[in-house]
Structures are given as C-alpha cells and as structure tokens.
Design a protein around this ligand. Structure first.
Ligand code: HEM
Length: 414
C-alpha cells in the first residue's frame, strides 16, 4: 500500500471547517474501493474543501461548484505557466527545440479558442462516426484472441491495446508501431516525475515517433486526422510542424489514458451486474444509454486548475497560485444533484453527467470516446458469455488525475 504524502500546515485563509484530509493519489479507501470512497466524499465533504496532502490544495467536489468553477477560467486557469510566457520562449527557439505544449488543454481563453476551433471540425461527430467500423474490427479482434481461454486480464489484454490501436488508425500511423506506442503509453502512465523537463522529454519521444508520418501527410494528404490537422489555420496563420506536434501530443495525453481507464471501469461494472449484461445482450439498442450511465456512475477524470488571482469563489477565499482539482467523479455522485446517485439506473430522470467536463475545455474527444466505449460493450456482450470478476484476484484502483483499475481479472465459462 503506497504511503500518503505528508500533511502540510493549513494556511491562515483556510477556515477549519473547509479542511478535509484526502490524498487523491494514495487515499487507502480510493485504492481499495474506487468509486465507493468517492461516493463517501460526495456525501460528507464540504462542497469545496482544502486538503493538506501534496503540498496543500483545493478540491472542488459538489456538482454546482464544479460546474461553476469549470466555467470561470478567469479564476481557475488551466496552465501552471501562462501561455504567453511559453510562446515568448518558443519564439526564440528553432522548430525542433521548441517546448511542446498540449494544445488547447493548457491554454485559457482567449488564446484557447484559436487552437480549439480547428479541432472541432476534425473531431466532429460525422468524422468520428466514419471510424466506427474500423474501431469495431479492432475491438472484435482483441476479444476474439481471449474468447476461448475463459479468462483475461482485461486491462493488458483489451483496455490498453484497443485505444492504442485506434490512435494509430486515427492518425494513419502503421499498426506495426503498436509496440512502440504501448511502451510510450506505459511510460506516460507510470512516470510520476512532473518536472517540466522530464515531461518535455516524454512528450518529445511521442512527437519523434510520429514525425516522419506528420511530414509525410503534409506532402501527401490522406484520409486521416493528421492530414485534416494540416489544413488548420490559426486566425489566418497556416499550421507549422510545431502546431501539429502540439496537437499530436495533446491527443495522445488526452485520448489514450482516459479511454483505457473508462473501459476498465465499464467492464468491471458489467462483470458485477449479470442482469445488465443479459439486458444488453438481449437488446443492444440499450447499450448507448448503459454506457452513459456508466460514465456518470464511474466518472473518472480529475482536471487540475491553478488560481490566477487572489479571489472569492462561492464564498471561499482563494490565493493566487493555489492548485484546485475539479473532482468530477464526486460531482457525478453528488446527492444534491442526482437522486440515489450510487445506484446504477438506466432511464434516470437527470442524465446530465459531467464526465466530459463543461466550459471552454469540455472534452473534444467525447464523440470518439462514446463510439469507442459503446462499440467495446457491444462486442463484449456479443462475443463473450456471462463474465464475472475473478474472485481470487481482487481489483485495486489507482488515483491521480485519471482514476481506474490497475488490473481487472475477468472469468467466464468456456
Ligand atoms: C471516456 C473518455 C474520456 C473522458 C472521460 C474525457 C474527459 C475529458 C475532460 C473531463 C476534459 C476537460 C479537461 C479540463 O477541463 O481541463 C477533456 C478534455 C479534452 N479531451 Fe477528453 N476525455 C475522454 C476521451 C478523449 C478522447 C478519446 C480524446 C481524443 C480525441 C480526448 C481529447 C480531449 C481534448 C483534446 C481535451 C481538451 C479540450 C480543450 O482544452 O478544449 N478526450 N476530456
């Protein structure tokens, strides 16, 4: 069991009643019980609380507070370093030595819009739907490989390779790069060194693996996302290699880890709910709605923010430079927002979950993510008989900015 980070002293502007001890990486309840611990926080912690772990930071937990905070970028900035400072540094560097910036996720309005606009077209529902058959073939292929063995470790066998293969297909990268990419995913997931130089080194590796294909698509466009990205213009300025690399590393960071953990949480829920599996097998038309309720019940991303000025927010005093986590998983289990939030309920009256966030940074990949998750569940209930958790190998979870199962051992009758 990992140790909690040491608690620091509470600063004077934080009132005692807003202190709640929660280590978002190593909380023992979170690691052992996943979302049951998050539901407890949603029930008992203040709407917005201060925890003494990880140097001391805010956690915005109630649904109304998360909703408002995500729509207040003037208080809650997405970048620890202002975009202007990075852009000024990059202006002095040659293209291949510029700092990589996952755009637009680390940039606040008004610059955010410049980099988000071209992506909205590329990731439109229509463009993503066109990938559905390809995604289905990849999902079916992975499930086919484990079907006859009667068991699998779902994370390694399906949840990691599937989004990796989809990423390669999306970018028109050869599937032969899968091993390289899976190693990059693993490096990215397991490396906790958050020193900006270490992060740059990891992002540079991702960009380097793609460089040849990126340049190739500039010369000779094909029917893939990389070619579409080359058509972007930024308020009249044509795209450069650096822009495309920034997009590529951002999509790698934003799209792989999230989907993999979402798949793990969804498969785990299905494995504990044979009645739901039966319903979905009998009536696959219910899968879209079932996938949405899984996203609400097991919301799993925790985006960070940085307070840009001394401010008051929902009656709470914030100081410039403080870190605040948008605890979306607790917001979607908030009893003030959802009736009986811990129950998994198809046909809920209020279906408006916040799993993809809200405000300017709302997930760009939600159309793609929904297709990936739905197609996976469709293929699982179609190809596998009733599956359940392996009772000898209990699931443990990891915390952090993307919560999910470490391993997920499933079994079924052969
Ligand atoms: C189930 C899977 C996913 C979940 C739950 C998810 C969740 C989120 C959330 C909560 C945000 C907002 C972050 C913030 O407020 O700082 C976000 C942003 C983003 N997501 Fe996703 N995401 C998923 C899959 C994907 C995929 C597959 C892609 C790839 C296309 C993607 C691309 C992005 C991008 C580019 C942003 C930044 C948008 C911006 O800054 O304007 N996501 N995602």
């Amino acid at each position: 069991m990992p140790e909690l980070t040491p608690a620091v002293a509470k600063p004077d502007h934080v009132p005692d009643e807003l202190v709640y001890d929660f280590d978002y990486h190593y909380d023992a309840g979170l690691i052992a019980h996943g979302h049951d611990r998050i539901a407890e926080i949603a029930r008992e912690a203040p709407a917005m609380f201060w925890t003494p772990r990880h140097g001391g930071h805010w956690v915005v937990a109630a649904h109304f507070a998360v909703h408002a905070a995500q729509r207040s970028p003037e208080i809650f900035s997405n970048g620890p370093v202002p975009y202007e400072a990075i852009a000024a540094y990059n202006a002095t560097q040659p293209d291949d030595q510029k700092a990589l910036i996952p755009l637009p996720i680390t940039v606040d309005p008004p610059h955010h819009d410049t980099y988000r606009k071209p992506l909205n077209k590329t990731f439109s529902p229509k463009n993503m739907l066109a990938l559905k058959d390809q995604i289905r073939a990849l999902a079916a292929g992975l499930i086919d490989r484990i079907k006859d063995q009667g068991h699998c470790e779902f994370m390694a066998d399906v949840a990691e390779p599937l989004p990796t293969q989809i990423f390669l297909a999306l970018f028109g990268l050869p599937q032969s790069k899968q091993r390289e990419y899976r190693d990059l995913v693993a490096d990215h997931l397991h490396d906790t060194d958050m020193d900006p130089r270490a992060i740059q080194k990891r992002l540079r590796k991702v960009a380097d693996v793609m460089r040849e294909t990126i340049l190739d698509r500039q010369r000779e466009p094909k029917d893939d996302v990389l070619s579409l990205l080359w058509q972007s213009d930024f308020d009249g300025r044509p795209a450069t290699l650096h822009d495309i690399e920034n997009y590529a590393v951002m999509l790698f960071v934003a799209g792989l880890d999230t989907v993999m953990n979402g798949m793990g949480l969804g498969a785990r829920h299905l494995a504990t709910d044979p009645e739901l599996q039966r319903k979905l097998r009998d009536n696959p038309a219910l899968i879209a709605e079932a996938a949405e309720e899984i996203l609400r019940r097991y919301t799993f991303t925790v985006p960070p923010r940085f307070v840009s000025e001394d401010s008051e927010f929902q009656g709470v005093t914030l100081k410039k430079g403080e870190k605040a986590l948008m605890f979306l998983p607790a917001a979607d289990l908030d009893p003030g927002e959802f009736q009986n939030p811990e129950a998994y309920t198809l046909n809920r009256e209020n279906k408006a979950h916040i799993a993809f966030g809200t405000g300017p940074h709302r997930c760009l990949g939600s159309h793609l993510a929904r297709i990936e998750l739905q197609v996976l569940y469709e293929e699982m209930v179609k190809a596998l008989p009733e599956f359940r958790l392996d009772p000898d190998k209990p699931v443990t979870f990891h915390g952090g900015n993307v919560i999910g199962p470490d391993t997920l051992h499933l079994v079924w009758d052969k």
